[in-house]
Design a binder for this molecule. Sequence first.
Ligand code: PEP
Length: 254
Amino acid sequence: MTIKPFIAANWKMHKLPSEASKWASECVEALDNNISDDVMIAICAPATHLLPLSDSFANSPVSLGAQDVSVHKQGAYTGEISTDMLVDAGVTYVIVGHSERRAYHNETDELVRSKVAATLEDKLVPILCVGETLEQREAGNAKDVTISQLRGGLKDITLAEASELVVAYEPVWAIGTGKTATAEDAQEMCGAIRAELKTLYPEIADSMHILYGGSMKAANAAELIAQPDINGGLVGSASLTVDSMVALVEAARS
Ligand code: PEP
């Protein structure tokens, strides 16, 4: 089955809100008018940037994403942002379980699973991140760790709920390091993820997006996305300038 490639940018904690709109209009201007026929695009931005970006991306091929969400609907949760708030701000995608949140905010599989559920309940699309550390890879546990995170994040998520879900395989040792996984290694892991999705959601697994993330850039994107179980990328550093983002999108198209 052919799956339209999806490039999701993770801006992390970069750029100012005042810079985001200019970036967005330059990016939309630089993208080919027919790009949405060939590639899906999302920018996952800090919360402060979502409203200005929502205006800038209106009627464009670019969707908006958030980088995290609360499991709570509303109430006394200082600093948290709810799914309703994201929907109202024009958001479509939410990164859930990024390794930086697992590492620096102690996010467990249980919490990640609750965030996946909260996101789906409000018709947002989670981009569920899974992947092993270097230590786990070197110990020969890359697949076990990654599949266990996948199972944990999707526990009791039904077929109907999962239909739009995106999974991102992000080996932690490749994120922000400039060390990209080889296409063979990335395919092996994404193939294992697809195989697990087939046991969980046999009816839809072949059409689900599995992204690779970890120092993806225009120079390596085409080879990675040509792999049978890699349907796009979750991209940090290489998404920050308009030129490299547009080059990546074009590489995904080829
Ligand atoms: C990421 O932030 O998810 C990521 C993959 O970053 P980078 O592309 O910079 O490795």
